[in-house]
Design a protein. Sequence first.
Length: 160
Amino acid sequence: MYKKEKKEVDKKLLAEDRAGGFKCINCGQWVNLADSIGTAHRNHCPFCFCSCHVDRDKSGDRRSDCFGKMKPIGLTFKNEGFDKYGKKRQGELMFIHQCTNCGKISINRIAGDDDEKGIMRLFEESQKIDPKIIGEIEKEGIVVLREKDRQALIKQLPSI
Ligand SMILES: [Zn+2]
Ligand SMILES: [Zn+2]
């Protein structure tokens, strides 16, 4: 490859690299999107699970101008409705995030390479959250995982 061409490729890769990741607003780690194989729309840090408040009405719309820090405060199972026997379906495990700037609560998919031990730590911590905040979360239709959900949680974390 000619030197000039290589330079162009390098420039292109650098530009992709710049766009292909983000610096975590909480812990400062660089999150490389190319590392997140099989993880569409990674929007939170795999180390501390924080993200930035950019979505307004739905996940991925990028219409909020808050830009506050979205911190994980607990875990939930996504509401997947009921099966044909009327039994509640076990939904996908999700983070519950709350914005430290405006207080908005949202749920966020867990990515395949998120640290499972960190998820368990978050579960333990979330057992201590203020019942008032739990009430607020439940008003949004989100059920916070409690001690009774431990086995169901572990089932979704293969390396625990
Ligand atoms: Zn982080
Ligand atoms: Zn916010």
